[in-house]
Design a protein. Structure first.
Length: 266
C-alpha cells in the first residue's frame, strides 16, 4: 500500500489517472478517501486524481494527538512531494476544505486553485456551548448529530444509501477509532477551534470556489459565510437541495463544476 511519512505519521494515499492538472481530494471529519468514489473514476479519465486519508482516518496512522489544521496541510504536502507534484487543484469537503484553505496560505506556490465544500471557521464560536459540549463529550451522540445533519431533505428521501455509507465509515473502529474522535475534537488548532481569519485577509490569494449547502446542519451557514468573507475575491455559492456533502448528493453537477474550474485555472 502507498504510504508517505509526515512527521513520523504514515499517511495513506492513492492516485488514479495521468492527466493534468492534478486534483487532490481531502475528505471530511469521520470519513475517508472512499467518500470521493463518485469523482475519482469519472475525473481520472481527464486528470490525475490524488486521494489521501487524513491522519486519524481510514488507512492512515491514528496518533494520540497532533490534529491541528497546519499539520494536516503539511501531511498533504508530503504526499505531493512523494508524487513529484508541483502545483495542484485542491478539492476539500468540511474538514478537508479547512485543510485546503490552510494549505493555500501555508504553501501558496503549490496551488493552482481551491474548491471548498462546506468548510467553516471558528465552529465553536457559532455553536451553542451546551450543544458543542454534548457533541464533543458523547461519542455516539456526536456521530449521530453529524449524520442526521449531513443531507438535505430531498437526499434523505431519495439517497438514504449516502448516510449508510457515511455511518459505516464513521462507526468503524478500524477506520475511525473513538480516541481519534476525541483527540480531533479537542485539538486547540483543530476542526472546532481553527480560526485564522486575520491571516487569510492578508495572505489568501488562491482562485477559489466556495460552496455551502442550503440545508447543511453540520457546519452552520454563518460559520461558512464567516470563512468566505475572510477570503478576498472568493466566489461563495449556496446550493439548494444540498446539505453537507454536495459531492455525494449531486455528483454529476459537482464533477462538471470541477471540470470547468480546472479549465479556467490551468
Amino acid at each position: 500500500m502507498p504510504y508517505v511519512k509526515s512527521d513520523g505519521v504514515n499517511i495513506y494515499y492513492e492516485t488514479y489517472g495521468t492527466g493534468s492538472p492534478a486534483l487532490v481530494f481531502l475528505h471530511s471529519f469521520t470519513q475517508s478517501s472512499y467518500a470521493w468514489v463518485y469523482q475519482i473514476f469519472d475525473l481520472s479519465r481527464d486528470y490525475q486524481c490524488v486521494l489521501l486519508d487524513n491522519r486519524g482516518h481510514g488507512r492512515s496512522d491514528k496518533p494520540q494527538q497532533g490534529y491541528g489544521m497546519a499539520q494536516m496541510a503539511k501531511d498533504a504536502v508530503a504526499v505531493l512531494d512523494e508524487l513529484g507534484l508541483d502545483k495542484v487543484i485542491l478539492v476539500g469537503n468540511s474538514l478537508g476544505g479547512m485543510i485546503g484553505v490552510q494549505f493555500c496560505v501555508d504553501y501558496p506556490e503549490r496551488v493552482l486553485g481551491n474548491i471548498a465544500v462546506s468548510p467553516a471557521i471558528g465552529i465553536a464560536l457559532f455553536t451553542p456551548k451546551e450543544q458543542l459540549d454534548t457533541f464533543m463529550n458523547n461519542y455516539e451522540e456526536g456521530i449521530n448529530f453529524l449524520l442526521d445533519g449531513c443531507l438535505s431533505q430531498k437526499s434523505r428521501e431519495e439517497r438514504p444509501e449516502i448516510v449508510e455509507m457515511m455511518k459505516g465509515t464513521a462507526l468503524s473502529e478500524e477506520s475511525f477509532p473513538r480516541y481519534a474522535f476525541d483527540a480531533i475534537c479537542k485539538d486547540p488548532t483543530g476542526i472546532f477551534y481553527w480560526d485564522i481569519r486575520e491571516r487569510l485577509q492578508k495572505e489568501y490569494k488562491t482562485p477559489t470556489l466556495f460552496f455551502a449547502g442550503a440545508e447543511d446542519h453540520d457546519t452552520p451557514l454563518e460559520a461558512n459565510k464567516a470563512l468566505a468573507d475572510s477570503l478576498p475575491g472568493v466566489e461563495f455559492q449556496v446550493i439548494q437541495e444540498v446539505g453537507h456533502v454536495y459531492h455525494l448528493e449531486k455528483p454529476l453537477e459537482f464533477n462538471a463544476v470541477i471540470r470547468k474550474f480546472a479549465s479556467q485555472v490551468s
